[in-house]
Design a protein around this ligand. Structure first.
Ligand SMILES: Nc1nc2c(ncn2[C@@H]2O[C@H](COP(=O)(O)OP(=O)(O)O)[C@@H](O)[C@H]2O)c(=O)[nH]1
Ligand SMILES: [Mg+2]
Length: 429
């Protein structure tokens, strides 16, 4: 990047920051206004008690009551009352490197200053921080090794080792290195240009299964029942991811329902209910011991059809030791859906824990063989050094990555964006 470019980007980011700051100020003022109204309400309440003592002023009291109701209605509309369920909005942080980087990533994707939100900045900051460990043993080390010199065949060997170590996988690594080697034979490639080329190659690998699927972004199709099955081994984050998806979906105005089809773990239903509560989404479950998961899905589809649900999210069990049973169970669930809702659009999404690296890749291969998967969700990208496994999943299992999770909070899941992912993985600071 030339100096002028980075000056412009910084200027752009500064403008974006100023705008967000102003917007936040306005929101604060609005909140203050609401607070004043609330206090006004309290005052009214006190007056009402005073009036109650005075029997002869009954008439007046009635009027006050009406006035109070009016205020409550206004307050309700403005979301002052009943705020306990709303999820806290993120605060605008400092105007620092994270902000500048996030703003630049948004700008590079064609976002205008007035289109960006604190939520987006917050997420990109999380993603960049989350991939810090993956990045550390990678770009930083590579740039250190290169210094200001152009790439050499020896530095490609180093890069190869780094890619393998970041769990990018042998196939993806071979592909990238051989492209780079061809480029080196044709021209002199400096460190920065090398990283740029690397980003482009990695993005191509991740984008291929997404392009093959014909759908850039996985969203429920309107006017149909969409059923998303979350599958994967124990502990990878299925239930948590489902909770976050329920929030994303209901916030985006899709009528959403959850089916608690992990009937194996007693606590699973309770865990789901907590998530459902947070996002105002109902959970269909069967509390009896060893309930049949397919029967829960049966009930859930009934409810979904009655309520005109857009998206039914199904949590499933993931015990690995009985893998055949697990696959049978998934097949049975799918059969029920086919029978009861033949028009439903089914997505089988494999949830993978990025911190498991190559083990995750093994799981993906084994599930892909028998579970008819349509996509992957990568979790726990926060604080792992193995974020590169996303590339191995794309290249070796040909699964489109649909969402990624980087934290335990309800907002810590986003639709997958390959540009943002690769930028965060290879950010050069
Ligand atoms: N740090 C982090 N933890 C996560 C993430 N997703 C899930 N977890 C945690 O992983 C653990 C297992 O998650 P759970 O949803 O119960 O996994 P399941 O067995 O596949 O349903 C829980 O402690 C979650 O809080 C994530 O993106 N980041
Ligand atoms: Mg679970």
């Amino acid at each position: 990047m030339t100096n002028t470019d980075s000056d412009n980007s910084r200027e752009w980011a500064a403008q974006a920051y100023a705008l967000l700051k102003k917007r936040q100020e306005e929101q604060k003022q609005e909140l203050q206004k609401q607070e004043e109204q609330k206090q006004e309400l309290q005052k009214q309440e006190e007056q009402k008690q005073e009036l109650q003592k005075q029997e002869e002023q009954k008439q007046e009291l009635q009027k006050q009551e009406e006035q109070k109701q009016e205020l409550i209605d206004t307050a309700k509309k403005q979301n002052i009352v009943g705020q306990s369920k709303t999820i806290a909005e993120p605060e605008l942080g400092e105007f620092d490197e994270n902000f500048t980087w996030s703003a630049m990533v948004l700008a590079a994707q064609g976002k205008k200053i007035n289109q960006i939100s604190i939520d987006e900045i917050d997420w990109l900051t999380k993603l960049r921080r989350g991939l810090e460990e993956t990045r550390k043993g990678f770009v930083t080390e590579l740039l250190d090794k290169l210094g200001d010199d152009p790439l050499t065949p020896e530095s490609l060997d180093d890069l190869e080792t780094l890619l393998i170590r970041a769990d990018v996988g042998i196939d993806s690594t071979d592909k990238v290195i051989s492209s780079l080697r061809t480029k080196l034979n044709e021209e002199v490639v400096g460190g920065e240009a090398g990283i740029k080329f690397l980003k482009k190659e990695l993005k191509l690998i991740i984008d291929k299964p997404i392009e093959n699927s014909g759908t850039d972004l996985l969203v429920p199709q309107k006017g149909k029942l969409n059923v998303w099955l979350l599958v994967g081994v124990n502990g990878v984050g299925k239930t948590t991811t489902l909770g976050k998806l329920a929030y994303l979906s209901s916030k985006s105005n899709y009528k959403t329902l959850i089916a608690a089809a992990d009937t194996f773990r007693a606590a699973a239903v309770e865990q789901l209910k907590v998530w459902g509560d947070r996002s105002n989404v109902d959970v269909i479950s069967n509390q009896s011991k060893n309930a049949d998961p397919a029967a829960v899905v049966f009930d859930a589809i009934n409810s979904a059809q009655k309520r005109n649900v857009d998206l039914l999210l199904v949590d499933t069990a993931g015990r690995l030791q009985t893998k055949n049973n697990l696959m049978d169970e998934l097949a049975k669930i799918k059969k029920i859906i086919d029978k009861k809702a033949p028009d439903a659009i089914i997505e089988s999404l494999l949830v993978l824990d990025a911190s498991q690296g190559q083990n995750g890749l093994k799981q993906a291969k084994s599930f892909a063989k028998s579970a008819d998967l349509s996509g992957a969700i990568i979790t726990k990208l926060d604080g792992t050094s193995r974020g590169g496994v996303s590339l191995a999943i794309s290249e070796e299992v040909n699964l489109p990555i649909r969402f990624i999770g980087a934290g335990e909070g309800i907002k810590d899941l986003r639709p997958f964006n390959s540009y943002e992912f690769v930028e965060a993985m290879l950010a050069d600071k």
